[in-house]
Design a protein around this ligand. Structure first.
Ligand SMILES: Cc1cc2nc3c(=O)[nH]c(=O)nc-3n(C[C@H](O)[C@H](O)[C@H](O)COP(=O)(O)OP(=O)(O)OC[C@H]3O[C@@H](n4cnc5c(N)ncnc54)[C@H](O)[C@@H]3O)c2cc1C
Length: 445
């Protein structure tokens, strides 16, 4: 096998495959080194409408439409669904792009990896990168596969190793975000008869309470299957843990919390759970350094924040796209300002999502469940709510990177506790500009 490449990518998840696809299309020689054999399971199944353009660039949109279930929006509610607010993406995205996707990640990631290969990238699965030497002009990756150890040499390394964060860990650059120290438990439920609510395809986020600082996700990954995840604060878990004995405590805790919601109790009456409970800890972190002269981090490898707004896959793919766009130019010029600029954009994106997350965990400022409380989306108040919260809708659809300055004002207004009218003015301007006022009798599809 050839051992010298322009770009070597560690990890073949959404970030790695996106970068490999686009850089191969740009004519560079690219290798992906992936420690697993795909398809492999992965958490993170609910995507955002803003992924659409990237799917088009990668050449996978048609496949996406054939294979995966559609996601017209999100519902935020409290434990028993007494307060519930529906956010239809269609309100601000006025074309087919408003219908996002829920994916089975084993299948989705395999599709992206294979597509990258068809664009010209060399893909080595079952190949773990053990070490990187980034001190020379030509970087070296020390790899291990079933066939033994070997080195790959390249001009530039893209670290897309996800939450393993290869380069950040090797250099002790990773710092945790103590405020977002959470842990997630999830499993899959299969319905005999799928409830209408689930069939609509909305992701549902159920707020637990202030103490647990937690929430539950319900993601309809297939016609008859739903992924249900429980997210709680690590500190409160420490207390809860004492109530459970034996090796099955994680399952017992998960089941107890899920069924403490009357809404889920009734929705899941006809559903059966898989045996396995998946656990994901080590929640939110950031790497102090994210790029250097011959490497950079894309996707989760450099930073990860609470997945409440289904932002992970989009940020992974977008960061890969932004870096891939400038790399050919950077390799010619070695002008580090090119990377400075891209990483400033990426950092703004994370900051916007971070603000949104803080807002969610402070329901006193804005309660996502009760802000447009209604269970009938055709009533008059709903129309009023939609106009006022266009900005929130844009954010929930994934508008993290382009218009940070508008959102900075929005968050400031909310934190100041100013009146609803003030927010409405702010939002009206946005709505007028893009003409997104809507008639009453629409639904999310
Ligand atoms: C509980 C939870 C729920 C989530 N829910 C959502 C959601 O609903 N929607 C959403 O968009 N996001 C969600 N996310 C986030 C999402 O999972 C990630 O943001 C996304 O997968 C990041 O993609 P990536 O390519 O950066 O990393 P990954 O998808 O993790 O891919 C990294 C790849 O690198 C490989 N690798 C690692 N180390 C090495 C090595 N040394 N050598 C070779 N290969 C290596 C791994 O095997 C892996 O295949 C969630 C995350 C968590 C924890």
């Amino acid at each position: 096998m050839k051992k010298d490449f322009d770009i070597a990518i560690v990890g073949g998840g959404p970030a790695g495959s996106t970068a490999a696809n686009l850089l191969s299309q740009a004519g560079l020689s690219v290798i992906i080194l992936e420690k697993e054999q795909f398809p492999r399971p992965h958490v993170g199944e609910s995507l955002l409408p803003f992924c659409y353009d990237i799917f088009q660039k990668l050449g996978v949109l048609e496949e996406m439409e054939k294979r995966f279930s559609r996601k017209p929006g999100a519902i935020f509610c409290d434990k028993n669904n007494d307060a519930a607010t529906t956010y239809c993406f269609k309100h601000v995205v006025e074309n087919p792009k408003h219908l996002s996707f829920h994916v089975r990640r084993d299948e989705f990631d395999l599709m992206l990896l294979e597509t990258a290969e068809t664009k010209g990238a060399v893909v080595c699965q079952n190949t773990r990168v053990l070490n990187t030497n980034l001190n020379e002009d030509i970087a070296t990756l020390n790899c291990k596969s079933e066939k033994g150890s070997f080195d790959i040499r390249c001009k530039f390394v893209l670290d897309a190793s996800g939450r393993d964060g290869l380069i950040a860990r090797q250099n002790n650059w990773r710092t945790p975000s103590p405020d977002l120290d959470r842990i997630a438990f999830h499993s899959y439920w299969t319905f005999k008869t799928t409830p209408t609510d689930i069939k609509l395809g909305m992701i549902r986020i159920i707020y637990l309470d202030d103490e647990k600082k937690g929430w539950i996700w319900c993601i309809p990954v297939a016609e008859d299957k739903i992924s249900i995840g429980l997210v709680v604060d690590q500190k409160s878990l420490g207390q809860e843990r004492k109530k459970y004995k034996g090796s099955n405590w994680q399952q017992d805790f998960y089941m107890h919390e899920i069924f403490s919601s009357n809404y889920l109790k009734s929705e899941l009456a006809d559903a059966e759970r898989d045996d396995k409970i998946w656990v994901n800890g080590d929640y939110s972190y950031s790497s102090k350094t994210k790029y250097g002269t011959n490497f950079s981090m894309i996707g989760d490898s450099g930073q990860f924040i609470d997945p409440i707004f289904s932002s992970g896959v989009f940020i992974a793919m977008k960061s890969a796209e932004l870096v891939a766009e400038v790399l050919p130019n950077y390799l010619n010029s070695s002008d580090i300002k090119i990377l400075d600029k891209v990483y400033s954009t990426i950092s703004d994106g994370y900051e916007t999502v971070g603000e949104l997350i803080n807002l969610y965990y402070n329901p006193n400022i804005l309660d996502f469940s009760s802000v447009g409380n209604h269970n009938d989306i055709n009533n008059e108040r709903y129309d009023e709510f939609k106009s006022a919260y266009s900005l929130l809708h844009y954010l929930l659809a994934g508008d993290f990177f382009e218009r940070g300055h508008i959102y900075k004002n929005f968050f400031k207004e909310l934190k100041d506790g100013r009146k609803f009218e003030r927010w409405q003015n702010l939002v009206n301007w946005e709505s007028n500009e893009s003409g997104v006022f809507h008639s009453k009798n629409e639904n999310c599809l």
